[in-house]
Design a binder for this molecule. Structure first.
Ligand code: HEC
Ligand code: HEC
Ligand code: HEC
Length: 244
């Protein structure tokens, strides 16, 4: 028996009716009246050029440039892939208030991370790791060296000292888990406008010890710097390299 031509083998997956019709015609020759071949090509040729209204129109209103929308859902739907429900989650009060108190720490008045006692630091690390849903080695070079500096340690230190210390979520205590909710990555970076709307809506709920609201510049500086972690991590890499 002669081996099947490659194109015919592909058609086997589609179905024997197609195989029968496609293989009896030379592939170069466009199918003229084979009923099985027609449905395979018709939808692609037909839908594309003649229907400008279908998927594009339902999104077009969200694509119109205009003032930033407060709600994140409308502008996000215009971009692909769709919004991931595990990202850009609303901030929530910490689940670790009791645990922090048991370690002798006031969740509303945490000290700078460097001032924690050695045992307190170790205990608090457990809560940090749980907040991000990571192992200790996500930030540390190994489980036998917690002192060595790493880029993620640098980020974590800044988040502790600048994002958590002295800040609350409205009237509620705030900790790493308030934003991270079990994951190191929490932003959907592909959706720039959704991230911006999310920050406006959710990060505005953060208040300082005097009850003053948080503004973009508190974290992003002035003029607005979208990427604030890169500088931290590259400085830490240099530091780690020169320390050796
Ligand atoms: C999200 C990042 C992160 C994770 C995860 C993390 N740590 Fe840390 N860890 C830090 C940072 C930042 C410091 C430095 C604190 C400071 O500046 O004093 C630190 C310091 C430490 C220290 C003190 C080191 C020293 O300088 O003496 C120990 C011990 C430690 N971590 C243990 C752990 C253990 C155990 C785990 C897992 C349960 C863990 N860490 C998970 C960020 C992390
Ligand atoms: C106000 C919200 C907020 C709080 C509170 C917060 N973080 Fe973050 N953190 C972020 C955002 C936003 C990012 C960037 C996430 C992304 O890229 O998706 C981030 C990123 C990080 C990263 C780098 C991501 C990675 O891949 O590992 C680390 C480490 C981290 N945070 C540690 C902490 C620790 C530790 C705490 C508590 C001391 C904390 N964060 C508290 C908002 C927060
Ligand atoms: C509590 C700190 C905090 C506040 C307040 C805050 N942001 Fe952010 N924002 C972050 C962090 C952390 C990241 C991740 C930055 C990085 O990757 O370097 C981020 C990322 C972003 C990004 C995505 C940047 C990128 O290129 O991926 C945008 C856009 C943004 N923020 C807008 C805003 C706006 C607008 C406001 C004010 C309404 C605001 N943020 C307030 C912490 C904050």
């Amino acid at each position: 028996m002669k081996p099947l031509r490659a194109s015919c083998r592909v058609f086997i997956a589609v179905g024997w009716s197609l195989v029968a019709s496609a293989c009896t015609h030379p592939p170069e020759q466009p199918p003229t009246e084979t009923p099985a071949a027609t449905p395979a090509t018709a939808p692609m040729e037909g839908a594309q050029p003649t229907d400008p209204t279908s998927p594009a129109r339902s999104n077009s209103s969200a694509d119109v440039p205009g003032p930033p929308q407060p709600a994140s859902t409308t502008d996000a739907t215009s971009e692909a892939p769709p919004l991931d429900p595990s990202l850009l989650r609303p901030l929530r009060t910490t689940a670790f208030a009791t645990e922090l108190e048991q370690l002798g720490l006031d969740p509303d008045a945490l000290p700078a991370i460097s001032t924690l006692g050695q045992m307190q630091k170790l205990d608090v690390m457990e809560l940090v790791a749980q907040s991000l849903g990571v192992e200790c080695t996500h930030c540390h070079v190994s489980d036998s060296d917690y002192r060595a500096e790493t880029p993620r340690k640098a980020v974590a230190r800044v988040m502790w000292n600048d994002f958590v210390v002295g800040r609350r979520l409205g009237n509620e205590p705030l900790f790493c888990d308030s934003c991270h909710q079990g994951s190191p990555k929490i932003l959907q970076r592909t959706h720039k406008r959704a991230v911006k709307a999310y920050m406006k809506q959710q990060y505005a709920r953060l208040v300082d010890a005097q009850g003053q609201g948080t503004v973009c510049a508190d974290c992003h500086g002035k003029p607005f710097q979208p990427r604030i972690l890169d500088a931290l991590t590259s400085a830490a890499s240099t530091q780690a390299a020169t320390a050796r």
